[in-house]
Ligand binder design. Sequence first.
Ligand code: SIN
Ligand code: CO
Length: 395
Amino acid sequence: MAKNQALQLLGGLTPAEFLSGYWHKKPLLIKNAVPGFKGLLSPEELAGLACEDEVQSRIVEEINGQWHASHGPFDDEDFAGLPEKPDPKHRWTLLVQSVNHYLPEASQLLQQFDFIPHARLDDLMVSYAPDGGSVGPHFDSYDVFLLQGQGKRLWRVSEQTDLSLVDGAPLRILKNFDTAQEWLLEAGDMLYLPPHLAHWGIAVSDGKTDCMTYSIGFRAPKNQELATEFLGYMQDKLNQEQTTLAGMYEDADLGLQEHAAEISGSMVAKVSAILRNIQWSDHHVADFLGTYLSEPKPDVVFDANKKTSLSNFNKQLVKHGIVLDLKSQMLFTGNTFYLNGEAAAFTGEAAALLTRLANLRVLSADELGSSLPVDPRLLQQLHLWYLAGFLHIND
Ligand code: SIN
Ligand code: CO
């Protein structure tokens, strides 16, 4: 990633300037961030996705000032129940998560945001709304780039510190919202918002082209979640290692206690000493992060590829190259590579190839061809990942 190259996507800032001046700090409006961008799918295609079982989607409605939220999968009847023409008394928005899992163009769009580490990327959410539709004034806990597709959206932002929410609403709506600034975004314009900044995006339609917004969202795990997950990881590690906590509680020095029911100070001290053997290093933390952050979300399923022999896979691999499945998450730390929660360690040429695959999600036949024959252990690993449906032969 060229840190010092000015990007149109960032309004002429370099990634380094954006990171130091704006990221996680303050909003940035970028007119014409993606020239010619009109969106990646039609409202009908988005509605089609929202009807699929494995796709996470929501319809948010504001009916006579009351908020309602329903979750997909939806069917034709659900959509037929929504007003056909904009109705100020009944406004609505359709939101579809992880569109990058279903659309190669969406995954390519995310690649443009490579100046933020993949470990922080969450997904591409796409929304559709007729005139006046919104999810209400709210704040998110995540950084987000809001790229306007077709139509227009009026974004209001507020620097208010009063983040109290409407009681009993099915989604987080701010009780009070004081607009500090507002911008009308058109196709290709983009707004970056840091976490916890109050905002309100209202669809603006000329009656012909309704609003579609592409949210490039970044995840930030809660400290509590990191701790809970890490302790689970350490528990597995200790069970596998068997050596760190070998032995058992011993008390050849047991003295007579006044109260048989009392847990003595001596017992507490002995157990404390045993538990102090549970220690971790940055190596454990790195391994935990690789596994945890590349783990697919619970609703993600991979379709296994058709069984093929190792030698046949090898032939296809060097002829066509490989590409990660759209749902795959690949990260690395040091020489360990993590694909969808599975770890594999490689060095040298194999590690260089996997680094490219992790960064770019694709390895061309030429790249593989330049290091023939493919390292047999790498070939085996790629074959296993191929069979699991984590990666595919390029078409
Ligand atoms: C939307 O696209 O309708 C809402 C996105 C957001 O406010 O986070
Ligand atoms: Co938001």
